[in-house]
Write a protein that binds this ligand. Structure first.
Ligand SMILES: C[S@@+](CC[C@H](N)C(=O)[O-])C[C@H]1O[C@@H](n2cnc3c(N)ncnc32)[C@H](O)[C@@H]1O
Length: 348
């Protein structure tokens, strides 16, 4: 292995991956090889999810802008992409576990729905204590650790069902939220690094991003008529923690106490096609790399046709891929989770 590749992969081994729907952590080696063939110094991960690809690009010494309309992903971006050095000291992390009854919103609304009473109380305590941290950079790190703790403790890592079903006795499910929190702080601190460049995190709709970059990476939710691709429905609880439920309305009548999904053009086929074209047109002067699934619509040829309209040098690579079972909602369908992951490249 070349030295550069080794250095990048060693940094990637520190990335705190989760089972987030559609996460590309297993595809990073392939994406590294794709990016490494292109010449560029600035990059935009326009729908970044866990930020695994933004983190790869940062490790490759690119000046990175990362964006996602979910606040929980912005919190990770502020901790690991735009942050070049701040860590959350252990003593401060431990202090965040202390009893704090100033706000009981989480306990009042969610006790027994996703976690038992003791864990729900710990989430409430930590969240209340985070409000009192003075440095915004430490707040982001602490929120990122709390969100990770909730996802790790939750069977299947999602909040689309209630109760403690799917408890398979895994060690993750036996640890308390407090233990997960302290461990997540260590994991996140360990992943903080500097690439000596000014990297940026955004939290807006992908269609509103306007950045001058050499390369844009587009990894939208995959549209399928067989299942929905809504992120808020699966992650509303941790998204709520990230934004303290500010600006959203709990749907009191629902069992899950979710809130309304954020509108996205990638939730319907016709608007997905239009959004692809709009983004490709906007970034026609940059390298464009797109991830999409063979299971999803539009099909490969439609995306290729749009890319070829704006770029003269286009190719597509197909990578065999097996999704983890909560990924992309294809679990219940007849395709048995075996799909190809396409990487489309439109060169500058
Ligand atoms: C397939 S995931 C990205 C996964 C990511 N590459 C990773 O490795 O974790 C798609 C992401 O698009 C985000 N998203 C969906 N519609 C969006 C929109 N209109 N604007 C910004 N982000 C959007 C979702 O919140 C989700 O995190």
């Amino acid at each position: 292995m070349q030295t550069f590749e080794k250095t990048v992969f060693s940094q990637l081994s520190k990335f705190p991956s989760t089972r987030y729907m559609g996460s590309k952590d297993k595809l990073l080696p392939e994406l590294f090889r794709t990016f490494n063939k292109l010449e560029f110094s600035s990059a935009l991960d326009i729908m970044s999810g866990t930020n695994s690809v933004a983190y790869l690009l940062k490790a490759m010494n690119k000046k990175v802008t990362t964006n996602d309309y979910m606040r929980m992903n912005f919190v990770i971006a502020k901790s690991l992409v735009s942050n070049n050095g701040t860590k959350l000291p252990d003593d401060i992390a431990t202090e965040l576990l202390k009893n704090n009854r100033t706000n009981k919103f989480i306990e009042d609304n969610f006790s027994g729905i996703y976690f038992d009473d003791a864990d729900t109380r710990e989430i409430q305590n930590i969240n209340n204590n985070i409000q009192h941290l003075l440095k915004p950079s430490q707040k982001y790190l602490a929120k990122a650790a709390l969100i990770r703790a909730c996802i790790k403790k939750r069977p299947r890592g999602i909040f689309a069902y209630t109760g403690l079903r799917y408890n398979d006795g895994r060690k993750d499910l036996r640890q308390t939220i407090g233990e997960h929190f302290i461990h997540s702080v260590e994991t996140i601190n360990n992943a903080v690094f500097s690439n000596k460049l000014t990297n940026k995190a955004l939290n807006i709709d992908s269609m509103d991003v306007n950045e001058q970059v050499d390369l844009v990476y587009i990894d939208p939710p995959y549209f399928s008529p067989l299942s929905d691709n809504e992120y808020v429905r699966r992650y509303h609880f941790v998204e709520g923690v990230a934004r303290d439920w500010q600006g959203v309305e709990l749907q009191e009548h629902t069992k899950t106490k979710k809130f309304k999904s954020y509108p996205s053009p990638f939730s319907k086929l016709d608007t997905t096609i239009q959004a692809f074209e709009e983004l490709i047109k906007k970034y026609a002067k940059s390298h464009i790399v797109i991830s999409y699934s063979s299971n999803a619509l539009p099909k490969k040829n439609v995306i290729l046709k749009i890319l070829k309209k704006y770029k003269s040098n286009v190719h597509v690579k197909s990578v065999d891929y097996r999704y983890s079972f909560s990924n992309q909602g294809f679990a219940k369908d007849k395709i048995k989770n075996k799909v190809s992951e396409y990487i489309f490249v439109g060169k500058d």
